[in-house]
Design a protein around this ligand. Sequence first.
Ligand SMILES: *[C@@H]1O[C@H](CO)[C@@H](O)[C@H](O)[C@H]1NC(C)=O
Ligand SMILES: [Cu+2]
Length: 519
Amino acid sequence: MKSLYTNLFPLLAAASLVAGQTAKLGQWDFVGHSGVSTMHGILSPGTNKVLFIERVELATEVTINGKPTYTVEYDLDTNTIRPLTTISNTFCSAGGYLMNGTVMNLGGAESAQEVNQGFNKIRTFEPCNDGKCDWMANNIDLSVLRWYPTVEQLADGTLFILGGANKGVAVNEPKTNVPSYELFPPRGKGGSYPIDFLTETLPYNLYPSVHLLPDSNLFIMANTKSIIFDTKTFTKKTDLPEIPGPPRHYPLTGGSIILPLDPANNYEPEILVCGGADQLTANAKGENTCGRIRPLSKNPTWDMEEMPFGRLMPDIALLSNGDVMILNGCLKGTAGFGKGTDPVLTPIMYNPSAKKGARMTQLQPSYIPRMYHSIAFTVPSGQLLVSGSNPNKNPTGEGPYPTDFRVELFTAPFHFTGQPQPWIKQAPAEIKYGQNFEIELVTYSEKPKIFVNILNSGFVTHSSHMSQRQIWLESELKADKLSLKAPPNGGVAPPGPYLMFVVDNGVPSKAVWIMLGGK
Ligand SMILES: *[C@@H]1O[C@H](CO)[C@@H](O)[C@H](O)[C@H]1NC(C)=O
Ligand SMILES: [Cu+2]
């Protein structure tokens, strides 16, 4: 069989050569095939499975009853795929969790290959462990067409759906711009409401950055501008200073993240924005700066730092120990089909609590270019899933950057200290805001030094990690029981499913799923 996979096998030998350096630099493992090109990815809550979603295109190898489909459930235990139904075209869509753990995927593109248009469609998925769940069409549509919108979960669990374009575009413009937001579930009469910020930030305002702040308001960024948006009145509250350097959004795509929130500093939020491209040409240079800002401080300013190299289309992912990985992407060009070159294979580990200048460490390079349409996020094992790359209009094994179906797991250096991982033996399935609760823990260290966090790995697409969030919990160790306190409210941690990791002397456990909610 002539398969898109045939170009991979010589590379496997190369992977094992690096084994000796794992302790210091981390380790890449090629674990399986994604079947579809992994343009979007999200964990299926309560399971060890991931949902991969691509766009409707030619030549996918995954079918249901002989018909191609464009989304699968990937099982991390067996590294196998289960084809799911394509309800409507998911091309450049967005998503997240409802507070009961239902997975939402919304927005998209025109009808193609006998699949309905998805611009204003909402698709839902109720997670399962029995192989019986599938995508379903939601009975309410979005109120307008949205391609490249962003979704962020609000403090009460509602999804805030922002922006996009009313058709696929290389660069957004006034006639394609959708400068509005809407909520899911809709409130009152529903509908979309205008937001001037998305007019002021043309043309670089697609997949805008949106991060929920602990005061329940939103940090919104597009192009070089950012604001705080009040979620009671749904109006702009404050303008923040402009980030130095080039625009940071599509097609000059950079990445952004809210750093882990910590009760030790009263959950003071910090936003980190890295990478992008310096101009809208094929010769554009990957931007090498990161900006970091405290949006709720008295005088918010962008504190700039340099990465060892530039990076367009970075994925910025939270790791199980609270460090941040900056990976994937390339050094030259812009986002879009065939528009990026010179892959950056070396990931950066960013330690948010280190001093400026000492935060970034270069890790083991991958051997797979992860260009346009690739993803990365932390999975229940505590490893980072890295997949995708399809800068081609349709999947192809040809060209400088063939469509890549290899799923990798990256195991970070902190797993190779020689100390066994702590083990969460027993934990509640659900916790309520402010609740004190206990978990049973097995640790192997002589002097346990325990920290616990909960993590939402987010809905990941196009360098955008929607609703990605990590919160440290107050904790106290008594014999083999660990006393913990749930986050105080939904501004700190919106209700819904989280992975909970215990970190002992820097070594994280595997995660258990926990539902956060209630009063
Ligand atoms: C989750 O909530 C949504 C919206 O309220 C609802 O439609 C869905 O049935 C719920 N799912 C479960 C499993 O309860
Ligand atoms: Cu795209």
